[in-house]
Design a binder for this molecule. Sequence first.
Ligand SMILES: [Zn+2]
Length: 113
Amino acid sequence: MQMNDVRCRSSAGERKAKVEVALARLKSLKCQVSELRAQCEALKTLQSEKQEALACNECGKLISQGQEVTLKDSFGKVKSHYHKDCFKAIWLSQNWRFDYSSPGFLRMSGKDE
Ligand SMILES: [Zn+2]
């Protein structure tokens, strides 16, 4: 019985302490969130400034300006970007054909039919 009493008291105290810790944590998390938001905004600005640095869909490396090949789907939405050389390799390994009815002009043959 005595053991139970001690546990009860301490758990009430613990609960209070836990709530306080949780509140403090919440406060610091809120701080972190606003910090992260600020970082996100900065990143967005950076990305919009550096829009030319696209990642290649094939090798995952960044594509320098003027070296990119952009693929679009039939709605004109950008699907993916490739290095010219990477795209050439894909071109050679797959069966593409020009399709002037689609805004991207390219379709993998047999896929959209
Ligand atoms: Zn590449």
